[in-house]
Design a protein around this ligand. Structure first.
Ligand SMILES: [Fe+2]
Ligand SMILES: [Fe+2]
Length: 255
C-alpha cells in the first residue's frame, strides 16, 4: 500500500494544485491513501468548509490541521459533523473535533493522529503525553499509525519520532513549509522526516508574497501579508507499506 502525505496546502494556489494534479499523482505513483495538512488552505490561515470539501472530493482521505486549525470557525462545525478532518490532539478537551481518526484502506485500519508542538509556539498541553496515550488507546484497533506533528523546532520533531519509534508507522513534521532532506527509517521501524514542506506558490517566502515578506524584514513594519501568485509546488512524502511495516519513505516535490 502506498500512502501519500501532502505538506501544508497554502491558499487557493495550493488548493488548485491539489484539485487539478492529485488525480494524476495518485495514478502515476500508485497511491492508495492520501493525507494532507490543510491548516493554511483558506487565504493562508485556517480552512473553509468549501475548500475542505473540495480537497476531499479531489482524493484526500484525511485532512490534518495545526496552530491555525480554528482560524475559520466553520472548521470546528465541519469536524463535529464527522467530516474526515482532525485537529491537534493536545488541544483542550472541550475543543471541537478530534485529534485522531481511523479509516480503512485495502482491509487495513489506518489511524491518523495530529499533534502540535510547543517550542516557539503558543502554550499547549504536552504533545508527547497526548500522542502516547492515543497510541495506547488505539493500537489494538489500528494496523498503521500515522502522526502529523505540526511543530516549529527540528529538535522537538526528532524527539517525537524517537519517542514513538516502534510504536507508530511514521512521524512526519509539518508547519515550517520547508521540506527537509532527512527522511529515514528509525531502528525500530518508524519512518521519520522533520518536515514534508508546503504545497503552494513556488516563487514565495513560505507561500507569502516575497516582496511583502522582504519589506517586513527590511523595515520592521507590519505590512499586511498577502499570498504569492504564480505556479505552485506540491511537497510531500510517499510511504511504501508492506503488511503493517513501512518499507520506504521517499520525498516528493513537484512543480
Ligand atoms: Fe502551515
Ligand atoms: Fe502551522
Amino acid at each position: 500500500m502506498k500512502i501519500l502525505c501532502i505538506g501544508d496546502i497554502v491558499g487557493t494556489p495550493g488548493c488548485e494544485m491539489v484539485y487539478t494534479q492529485l488525480k494524476y499523482i495518485v495514478n502515476d505513483y500508485g497511491i492508495d491513501f492520501v493525507i494532507a495538512n490543510g491548516e493554511n488552505a483558506a487565504t493562508g490561515n485556517g480552512i473553509t468548509a468549501e475548500k475542505a470539501e473540495k480537497l476531499v472530493d479531489s482524493g484526500i482521505d484525511v485532512i490534518t490541521l495545526g496552530n491555525h486549525a480554528f482560524a475559520k470557525a466553520e472548521a470546528g462545525e465541519l469536524m463535529s459533523n464527522g467530516f474526515p478532518m482532525i485537529r491537534p490532539i493536545n488541544f483542550p478537551t472541550k475543543t471541537l473535533g478530534s485529534g485522531f481518526i481511523l479509516k480503512e484502506c485495502q482491509g487495513k485500519k489506518i489511524a491518523v493522529i495530529n499533534a502540535l508542538g510547543r517550542v516557539y509556539m503558543n502554550p499547549i498541553d504536552s504533545p508527547f503525553e497526548a500522542v502516547s496515550k492515543c497510541v495506547d488507546d488505539i493500537k489494538d484497533k489500528a494496523d498503521i499509525i500515522v502522526v502529523d506533528f505540526h511543530a516549529e523546532a527540528t529538535s522537538e520533531k526528532a524527539a517525537m519520532a524517537w519517542y514513538l519509534d516502534g510504536r507508530v508507522s511514521v512521524v512526519f513534521g509539518t508547519h515550517t513549509h520547508v521540506q527537509t532532506a532527512d527522511e529515514r527509517l528509525l531502528p525500530n521501524g518508524t519512518a521519520f522526516i522533520t518536515d514534508i514542506g508546503m504545497t503552494g506558490p513556488y516563487n514565495s517566502i513560505l507561500g507569502v508574497d516575497k516582496d511583502i515578506a522582504v519589506t517586513r524584514f527590511l523595515t520592521l513594519m507590519n505590512k499586511r501579508y498577502e499570498l504569492a501568485k504564480g505556479n505552485s509546488v506540491l511537497n510531500g512524502i510517499i510511504l511504501d507499506v508492506e503488511g503493517v511495516n513501512v518499507k520506504s519513505i521517499k520525498r516528493l516535490s513537484l512543480c
